[in-house]
Write a new protein. Structure first.
Length: 51
């Protein structure tokens, strides 16, 4: 029984780490694409690199 509780805690810890990693990934992706650049991209429907 004690062993099972240990595994449940391990799984919870892993899930929390996974959630934190996903949040960091989203923050990182957003930091790569500033709002003004994103607006230009949407307005021009292409980026400045391919024009």
């Amino acid at each position: 029984m004690h062993q099972t509780l240990f595994y449940i805690d391990e799984i919870r810890a892993l899930i929390n780490v996974d959630k934190e990693l996903k949040l960091k990934e989203i923050e990182f992706r957003q930091s790569l694409l500033p709002d003004d650049l994103l607006r230009k991209f949407i307005r021009n429907s292409h980026c400045e690199l391919c024009s």
